[in-house]
Design a protein around this ligand. Structure first.
Ligand code: CTP
Ligand code: MG
Length: 555
């Protein structure tokens, strides 16, 4: 456990993480780290986790004198890295060079006394700095920006993209604007680490790791924080059982189903987060879901958090998505653009419902990239065939084995541009036979649908499950209608309008990807059948009309 072994040398510490991950997840961190210039997800996570354990989160006055603040904090040890950010107040994340500094900082803190109120005496690493001299003017002395942790509004993005010279540049610019920043990523690991301090009251050897879009490379600023409480290291699930010797008696408190154990654990941890978790509000225990979870908002970071346990398959699908995203830069660019387009048209939503999820959408993009000629990314079956013995991973009878050594993966030489790929994506799904076929990234080929569901996307590891089981027919129809509309729109608006000329100063005309993010004419339709009654020319006319109106608004 990093928290305790951090007092030893860094090498020893990494070795422990390595052994731990190798035993539990079947991945040898040190061996796969930075092979061929790529870092494995587990190497990234081990590094980030170590940073987080040495970090504290401090709420401070909006006009905090940065120099005085740093001088004060440096009394407890050398500062490795720090940054300020805004989220309903000003906060600082400070990473110390050594773990000991965190302990000495906590020793030096006092629990405030509030009259008529009693406080839970829990010394967490969420602190607040009081009564340090503020400066009179907003502090800009260091020139460091105090970042907001949310993405730019869609209208601003449309304007920004319209200033680019090509569709390829628009797509890269969109990714840059929306992807998680280094600071946001650190903050996500820090929140997991703060949560782990609470769970560690019961399970001192546990870890809490982010999964999903926080770490798979496809996360947008403001996306939720999916967390995984990992207890397998304690129960020694994958270790071989000795025939005789000492066994831990407390573990003999058991239930007959693993799901019930997970529910019990999450119920207790959820209660602790609710009662003792500083900054954790709106705690909901959603224990009857297929994957039981505790949902809450971590106010100081602004993150909507989902804490799960015993969810190692999701960890593997996170690793798979991360790998695909690292293989070719076009993967991430296309996923970001499609996700942003889908959100702009309410194809996806932050509220759970009958809509397509970001995860489903990402798998659809991956599938499309596997169907290119030549394919841009390999099939999951191919990645499994490349796996070595160290990659073997079976979770609850599901084969989750795939190669972790990037250098074994040979890519084909597809030279399609982002513009071509985006146009082709819309074409591909405009005419995909959703009625009869299932999307399958394991085979990289459409399969016959095994069950009746409007949209069938095979779960890559739990192959009997449909990732998009929740999607209803009208949501799928909206998706197809929007693909058709966007396919047409992008063809019509492929070139940037010439600058200057007769246009008013500062006027920006949306073009290319920007036009795809403007409100749609077909977004409201319930079914494809209805569209047949409206002549195409009428639809095109009303589309152009709406483009003109939006232009006016933007200008
Ligand atoms: N997951 C899964 N099967 C599903 C849904 C989710 O395996 N049917 C896993 C995926 O690894 C996914 C993660 O759980 O990435 C988190 O799910 P979710 O938060 O819904 O998706 P994200 O990829 O995190 O996207 P978002 O940015 O919308 O949160
Ligand atoms: Mg998520």
């Amino acid at each position: 456990r990093l928290h305790t072994i951090g007092r030893g040398s860094l090498a020893k510490c990494l070795q422990k993480v390595d052994t731990f991950l190798h035993r539990n997840i079947g991945t040898n961190v040190v061996a796969v780290q930075e092979k061929n210039g790529f870092k494995s997800l587990y190497a990234v996570q081990a590094e980030r986790q170590e940073q987080a354990e040495k970090s504290v989160l401090i709420s401070c006055h909006s006009r905090t004198n940065e120099q005085k603040f740093l001088k004060y904090i440096a009394n407890y040890g050398d500062i490795q890295k720090y940054f300020f950010y805004e989220s309903y107040g000003m906060y600082a994340v400070v990473e110390f060079a050594n773990q000991e500094s965190v302990a000495s900082l906590l020793e030096g803190t006092a629990i405030p006394s509030i009259s008529h109120e009693s406080l839970v005496p829990f010394k967490s690493r969420l602190l607040s700095m009081r009564n340090l001299d503020a400066v009179d003017l907003p502090n800009q002395s260091s020139g460091k920006k105090r970042q907001a942790q949310t993405s730019i509004p869609i209208n601003e993005l449309i304007q920004r993209l319209s200033k680019e010279e090509s569709i390829d540049q628009q797509i890269t610019s969109l990714t840059e604007a929306y992807q998680l920043t280094e600071e946001n990523c650190r903050l996500r690991f820090l929140v997991c680490s703060l949560l782990k301090d609470i769970a560690a009251a019961f399970f001192p050897e546990c870890t809490i790791m982010p999964f999903g879009s926080s770490v798979n490379g496809f996360g947008k600023l403001g996306c939720d924080l999916d967390m995984f409480l990992d207890l397998d290291g304690i129960s020694g699930k994958n270790a071989t059982m000795p025939k005789s010797g000492l066994f831990l008696e407390y573990q003999m408190k058991r239930a007959n189903l693993e799901r019930i154990v997970t529910q019990n654990i999450l119920s207790v941890i959820g209660e602790c987060v609710d009662q003792f978790g500083p900054g954790c509000v709106g705690v909901q225990k959603i224990l009857n879901a297929r994957c039981p979870l505790v949902r809450f908002v971590h106010q100081p970071s602004g993150f909507q958090c989902d804490l799960t346990a015993n969810n190692r398959v999701a960890m593997k699908s996170t690793e798979l998505l991360y790998l695909y995203g690292e293989l070719d830069p076009r993967v991430r660019h296309l996923v970001f653009t499609v996700r942003c387009w889908a959100r702009a048209h309410s194809i996806t939503s932050s509220i759970p419902g009958a809509w397509i999820s970001n995860f489903s959408l990402t798998v659809m993009v991956l599938f499309f990239l596997q169907r290119r000629s030549p394919p841009i990314i390999p099939t999951l079956d191919h990645l499994r065939d490349l796996a070595g013995p160290e990659d073997k991973c079976v979770i609850e009878d599901n084969d989750c084995t795939f190669v972790s050594d990037f250098s074994k993966i040979q890519l084909e030489s597809n030279t399609e541009t982002l513009e071509q790929l985006l146009c082709e994506f819309f074409e591909f799904y405009s005419s995909f036979s959703f009625r009869t076929l299932s999307i399958n990234i394991r085979k990289g080929k459409e399969q016959n649908k095994p069950e009746v569901a409007p949209l069938h996307i095979q779960n890559p590891f739990e192959t009997t499950l449909n990732v998009s089981k929740n999607v209803n027919a009208s949501q799928l129809d909206r998706f197809v209608a929007l693909c058709q509309e966007s396919s047409w729109l992008i063809q019509q608006n492929k070139t940037a309008p010439s600058r200057g000329g007769t246009k008013a100063k500062g006027a920006i005309t949306p073009w290319g990807v920007s036009t795809l993010l403007l409100p749609s004419q077909v977004a409201g339709i319930k079914s494809r059948k209805r569209r047949k009654f409206e002549p195409a020319s009428e639809r095109i006319k009303s589309l152009l009309e709406s483009l003109k109106n939006i232009n006016k608004e933007l200008n």
